[in-house]
Design a protein around this ligand. Structure first.
Ligand SMILES: Cc1cc2nc3c(=O)[nH]c(=O)nc-3n(C[C@H](O)[C@H](O)[C@H](O)COP(=O)(O)OP(=O)(O)OC[C@H]3O[C@@H](n4cnc5c(N)ncnc54)[C@H](O)[C@@H]3O)c2cc1C
Length: 448
């Protein structure tokens, strides 16, 4: 059945928003704001808004037979203070006395956001986007399955905003001998709570935010947690007494692990905290988007499909203040789709992207890390802002981000007791658990 979004009488452009987590909601808010020249629909394959923040006990397949999207676990509290996990224009009303909140409080925030801006009426729940392919004139054909009715719809749109997140497709490194291991093997995507690790010896592979958080969670009940990694960042971290740092794995044998330094440990389970892969299975090859070594390309400013500039991707960069970035990227997309600003030529966008990749590689990032922002966040936000004539992310937000990451690395067991308050675009207050009075801090962010 072919249905076309026929909006001619309204003289509005039609926009398909794929996914309705934080990014999809921010896109809906901006693209449906009063006076907007767009009409939008968000297709969400689950029955909720909130994406990542919707906890489920399920692993493997969801009730519609699709791979479970969310990687949320029971004990999770945010690793950034809620004060910088706000979508602009809607402050957190969460607990006054804490900055680091539980997943259900983040979900409540996003549901309240949807309610406040009256966004639910634009969301088609249990609608899975199966295929997107380009049409003449950079328009789009979108094939959607209504998972409840088992109906297929084919709709046409003027623009597509992809908001599907990138923490759902587990990445597994190749490990010699892994097939011989008899114990439990799971990825953090399927981690829900620590109960199966009680009194067990576990090796956790990787020490990014999930690896650290889950290791500490398991260590409360496990006999031993071996944290296998090659990161310099956690060298001075204070671990619990049953957490032991190890080098990378050399090989797995039946009941244990041989590490690169030659040591051997018997373990009952292996937990992969080895990250996620970007994946867009619904994009037909004609969309022109490829993922090579976890690098999504060709994207201008990590957001715009250079081959078809009516397709935007929101939320791709990592290691940065996600919520503010999402909002800025959405407004960037809206500015160009509205025609308020003119995009650089295709050749200029290709050259800009080439230089960006070159300088990232030169700065020591590995090819699979090309969407990591870290200290480049300010330059990235400023470039989005100056191209589109928007306001950049407030420097104090970035300062809190970097200071929060430092605290996380120094004192993992207590950093979530810190309480932040933004004062203005340059200043914030922070109260540490071991100090009587809050201290005032000033932003010192410089470009890289
Ligand atoms: C365990 C964990 C902890 C995190 N903690 C933090 C934190 O403390 N601070 C922070 O800033 N960030 C954190 N993040 C990152 C988090 O993912 C982002 O903050 C943010 O919520 C991403 O929003 P999103 O909308 O881009 O993606 P998501 O929240 O993943 O939402 C994507 C939506 O798209 C839908 N979808 C996907 N494919 C399709 C399809 N084909 N058709 C229709 N719908 C589709 C999904 O069902 C989902 O609802 C964490 C991530 C994880 C996994």
């Amino acid at each position: 059945m072919l249905k076309t979004m026929c909006l001619a009488q309204e003289n509005k452009k039609s926009v398909a928003i794929i996914g309705c987590g934080a990014a999809g909601l921010a896109a809906l808010k901006h693209f449906t704001a009063e006076g907007s020249p767009f009409t939008c629909v968000s297709f969400e394959q689950t029955d909720n808004v909130g994406g990542t923040w919707v906890y489920t006990d399920r692993v493997g397949k969801d009730k519609y037979g699709l791979p479970v999207h969310s990687s949320m676990y029971k004990s999770l509290r945010t690793n950034l203070p809620k004060e910088i996990m706000e979508l602009p224009g809607f402050p957190h009303k969460g607990p006054e006395d804490k900055s680091y909140v539980a997943a259900n409080e983040m979900l409540k925030y996003l549901e309240d956001y949807a309610g406040h801006f009256d966004l639910m009426k634009h969301v088609k729940f249990h609608h899975h986007v199966k295929e997107i392919s380009p049409l003449e004139g950079d328009r789009w054909r979108v094939t959607i399955i209504d998972l409840q009715e088992n109906n297929v719809e084919i709709l046409e749109f003027d623009a597509v905003i992809v908001c599907i997140g990138h923490y759902s497709n587990p990445a597994f490194p190749e490990i010699p001998g892994i097939e011989k291991f008899h114990g439990i093997k799971i990825h953090s995507h399927d981690y829900r709570d620590s109960s199966v690790f009680k009194d067990k010896k576990t090796v956790v592979i990787g020490c990014g935010p999930s690896g650290l958080d889950i290791s500490f969670d398991i260590a409360k009940v496990a006999e031993k947690v071996y944290l296998s990694h090659h990161s310099q960042r956690v060298k001075n971290m204070k671990f619990l007494s049953n957490m032991i740092q190890k080098t990378d794995i050399k090989e797995v044998v039946e009941n244990g692990i041989v590490f690169q330094d030659g040591s051997y440990e018997q373990v009952d389970s292996i937990l992969y905290c080895t990250g996620y892969n970007y994946k867009y299975p619904f994009l037909s090859p004609e969309c022109g988007i490829r993922v090579e070594n976890n690098h999504v390309k060709p994207l201008f400013k990590h957001v715009l499909n250079i081959e078809h500039p009516t397709m935007y991707f929101i939320g791709i960069p990592s290691n940065t203040t996600g919520f503010c970035m999402i909002d800025l990227q959405v407004q960037f997309a809206k500015t160009f789709l509205e025609g308020r600003r003119k995009l650089p030529s295709k050749e200029e966008m290709i050259e800009d992207t080439r230089l960006d990749v070159e300088s990232r590689l030169a700065s020591g990032l590995r090819p699979k890390e090309l969407h990591m922002m870290g200290r480049r966040s300010k330059d990235y936000y400023d470039s989005l802002a100056s191209l589109s004539g928007l306001e950049s992310v407030s420097p104090v937000v970035l300062q809190i981000y970097f200071d929060g990451v430092d605290r996380f690395l120094c004192d993992f067991s207590h950093f979530r007791e810190d309480k932040y308050k933004l004062l203005d675009k340059d200043h914030y207050m922070v109260k540490f658990p071991n100090e009587e009075e809050p201290v005032m801090r000033r932003q010192e962010i410089v470009s890289n």
